[in-house]
Write a protein that binds this ligand. Sequence first.
Ligand SMILES: CC(C)(COP(=O)(O)OP(=O)(O)OC[C@H]1O[C@@H](n2cnc3c(N)ncnc32)[C@H](O)[C@@H]1O)[C@@H](O)C(=O)NCCC(=O)NCCS
Ligand SMILES: Nc1ncnc2c1ncn2[C@@H]1O[C@H](COP(=O)(O)OP(=O)(O)OP(=O)(O)O)[C@@H](O)[C@H]1O
Length: 211
Amino acid sequence: MKKQITQKNEILQLGITGGIGTGKSTVCKIFETLGIAVYDADIRAKMVMVTDNILKKELKKAFGEEVYLSENEINRDYLVKTVFSNQTDNSKVEILNSIVHPAVGRDYQNWYNENKDKSPYLLKEAALMFESDSYKVLDAIIVVHAPLEERIKRVLKRDSHRTEEQVKAIISKQMPENEKLKRADFVIYNDGSHSLIEQVLKLHEKFQSLS
Ligand SMILES: CC(C)(COP(=O)(O)OP(=O)(O)OC[C@H]1O[C@@H](n2cnc3c(N)ncnc32)[C@H](O)[C@@H]1O)[C@@H](O)C(=O)NCCC(=O)NCCS
Ligand SMILES: Nc1ncnc2c1ncn2[C@@H]1O[C@H](COP(=O)(O)OP(=O)(O)OP(=O)(O)O)[C@@H](O)[C@H]1O
């Protein structure tokens, strides 16, 4: 643990971030079993991409009608190819983010209002936290960290539809790990040699005592 928290919100709100395959969702499952409400930005982003009509219009304008298979279904393969295939060109992913992230920010505020009385503190899980500026409204950020080779192995085992090259392309669109570690308030090491449960329990005690 690095810093003390200077709480700016009425209810303590923590962010959990880390690159693809670092173990954010695994860590969040442990917090959920402890009764903590967790907002999953990946899942909610996919939801707003099919429910928010203004966002849908913007996506079609930016990437073409083929971005949707139907009104309620994103053309995932097309979008992955369009935004992630070129490791050196970030322009497409930046357009996608500029359309999706403000809508996710609004959705988080609604979720916060619905959940603030249900949990001693709240967690927001997002792969892109520093990249999307969403960290600014949170009280502190936990970074989940795992070695690169381990992450690639875990993702390939979890997602049979992805190739190693595709995983590396996604990683190339995310903030470098050392930059995230520098900006972290707390770090959870998921390298196989530190106990995840023990690390989560320690943080849980700390957050409960503050909330
Ligand atoms: C590009 C899409 C269609 C790929 O879908 P797919 O089912 O293959 O992957 P999934 O959503 O499970 O994401 C897997 C991982 O890719 C990474 N990732 C997702 N979106 C982004 C992005 N815009 N930039 C960098 N990495 C990303 C994250 O680590 C994520 O956990 C989808 O991720 C998407 O719609 N992204 C835009 C929404 C977004 O930015 N989500 C990230 C958190 S807010
Ligand atoms: N310590 C570990 N040992 C072995 N496997 C692990 C460990 N931690 C996580 N995993 C596995 O690695 C995969 C990636 O973990 P997880 O889905 O939690 O990562 P994530 O950071 O949420 O990924 P994404 O950014 O893609 O959503 C999962 O299949 C998970 O079960």
